[in-house]
Design a protein around this ligand. Structure first.
Ligand SMILES: Nc1ncnc2c1ncn2[C@@H]1O[C@H](COP(=O)(O)OP(=O)(O)OP(=O)(O)O)[C@@H](O)[C@H]1O
Length: 514
């Protein structure tokens, strides 16, 4: 009897505790891996998961829901070599896939999820944003009216870019596409623009070259390198441009200007096709799924100039696309050409003829940037395009025989000089005043006395020479963006004086000039 008293006390206490307990049942969405192959996991038992939901597998690996069926979810793995087995538990994190954003990413090389690839500690980012975000509404946008200077004469004078523009860089393999994008990033050294380079499906060594070039010549402290490397799971490559766009939007929303180079969308399209085929989406033209246009349109629409009420920030996008045998009418290049506000076409023959950047001026176009061009540059670049186009046509005829007409001869020598001017080595961006001085001098015949072969050396010496000989004009053009008659005269006189040395065959060094 005495043994039973403690037991009944305990029972009573427990009953009282249970009565007091507030039970709030919690359901945790849990699914199971039904199939796993080629970076794709098929999951059953998560009927409420959202498209793009971030899912965590039993091994700790992450995947995101790429397509939803009533019975099964196709999710793309985001972790390399994740040990996934059939029957593993999968939980829905309740979040859509997000990318870390913030200033801590500046100067860093990271994967699309913000994990470091540069051997340094993980960046301490202050916020996260979904990788898929809506593009700004029409009412939220402003006109593209401010130039984004690339420092590359052929681009800035003939196909000027504006902040908030999307301009495709398109060309065959090894025609200088990456170099053009990298040079545009490097030239932002003298601006306040934040730069993001996104590699999709590239080799690590190629990304390393870009990082090294920006670190040596540009402003790495204002640049972010996001790499979805060829060796990374296709899921990571797929999200890379979207994650990078969210990283760009963080700065845009603070009123800053951002330049994003996406290298390249042809490989991104191939990754999208690979994932779509693995998840058994119906293949369309060239086996790409039906949403391939929408995929890139919704990505690139996010690059825009915001209205002053929203801070006036901008994202300028330079997506890159690769062609085969110069075929611009292939599926992906035509899609991208119709999504963007223009294209810079790079030509293999020009590249082999050492005319670099190998920009095909006949096929390239900038649909909005011209309006954003600084008045000083607009004033002097008007004729160049026409003169150059005429020269290219005339040059073809000269191949069939000698030219006796002096006017035609003059046009050809002038064209050859324009070609020499538009040929520009890497890492040698020109300032606005340098570009204006060169084109004004060309128009006024100040370069007529020198041979096209001497032009590269003249161009190399020009910035230092102008700083010394036309200080006021350089300052005025840089500050106002306008070109007064006095300024123009001062700049042309300075170029004429520099050209004199070359005309005599004497290459003056800066010290001699000083
Ligand atoms: N303006 C230039 N002057 C001199 N060399 C250049 C110039 N632009 C590019 N190059 C050289 O051309 C080569 C190919 O350039 P790049 O890698 O940029 O081409 P790509 O089209 O991006 O190649 P891929 O198809 O492999 O992506 C590089 O060695 C680069 O240094």
């Amino acid at each position: 009897m005495s043994d039973r008293a403690p037991l009944s006390n305990w029972l009573e206490e427990s009953r009282a505790k249970l009565a007091r307990a507030e039970l709030s049942p919690q359901a945790e969405p849990v699914g199971w891996v039904a199939r796993v192959a080629d970076g794709i996991v098929q999951i059953t038992g998560l009927p409420d998961a959202a498209l793009g939901a971030l899912l965590q597998l039993e091994s700790g690996a992450y995947a995101f829901a790429q397509s939803l069926d009533p019975e099964v979810i196709n999710a793309v793995l985001l972790d390399e070599g994740a040990a996934v087995e059939v029957g593993d538990r999968v939980s829905d994190t309740g979040e859509v896939l997000q990318a870390p954003v913030g200033e801590a990413l500046l100067g860093r090389v990271v994967d699309p999820l913000g994990r470091p690839l540069d051997g340094q500690p993980a960046p301490k980012t202050e916020a996260r944003l979904p990788i898929e975000r809506p593009a700004p509404e029409i009412i939220e946008r402003d006109l593209v009216a401010e130039p984004l200077e690339t420092g590359i004469l052929v681009v800035d004078s003939l196909f000027a870019l504006g902040r908030g523009q999307r301009e495709l860089i398109v060309g065959d393999h090894a025609t200088g596409k990456t170099s053009l994008g990298t040079d545009a990033i490097i030239n932002q050294k003298s601006s306040e623009v934040i730069c993001i380079y996104v590699a999709v499906g590239q080799r690590a060594s190629a990304v390393e070259r870009v990082v090294a070039a920006v670190r040596e010549h540009g402003a790495p402290e204002r640049s972010i390198f996001v790499a979805g490397l060829a060796s990374a799971p296709p899921g990571l490559q797929w999200i890379a441009p979207f994650a990078a766009m969210s990283m760009a939007e963080f700065f845009r929303d603070r009123g800053q200007d951002v330049l994003i180079v996406i290298d390249d969308l042809t490989l991104h399209a191939a990754t999208h096709r690979e994932l779509a085929l693995l998840t058994r989406e119906p293949p369309g033209r060239e086996a790409y799924p039906g949403d391939i246009f929408y995929l890139h349109a919704r990505l690139l629409e996010r690059a825009a100039k915001l209205s002053p009420e929203l801070g006036g920030g901008s994202i300028t996008a330079l997506p890159i696309a690769q062609t085969d045998a110069g075929n611009l009418s292939a599926y992906i290049p035509t899609n991208l050409i119709s999504i963007t506000d223009g294209q810079i076409v790079l030509n293999t023959h020009l590249f082999s003829a050492n005319q670099r950047p190998a920009v095909d001026v006949g096929l390239s176009v900038s649909r909005v940037g011209g309006k954003a061009q600084k008045p000083a540059l607009r004033a002097v670049s008007g004729r160049v395009r026409l003169d150059y186009a005429q020269f290219l046509e005339l040059e073809m005829f000269t191949r069939f025989g000698g030219i006796s007409n002096t006017r035609v001869k003059a046009q050809i020598t002038r064209g050859a000089r324009i070609r020499a001017l538009l040929t520009q080595p890497r890492y040698s961006g020109l300032r606005l005043a340098d570009q204006v001085a060169l084109l004004a001098a060309l128009a006024d015949g100040a370069l007529d006395a020198i041979s096209p072969e001497a032009i590269p050396e003249l161009r190399a010496q020009l910035p230092g020479w102008l700083d010394a000989q036309a200080t006021e004009a350089v300052g005025e053009v840089a500050q106002s963006g306008e070109l007064s008659d006095e300024c123009r005269a001062e700049l042309v006189a300075a170029v004429r004086a520099l050209a004199k040395g070359f005309a005599r065959g004497v290459v003056q060094s800066d010290e001699e000039d000083g």
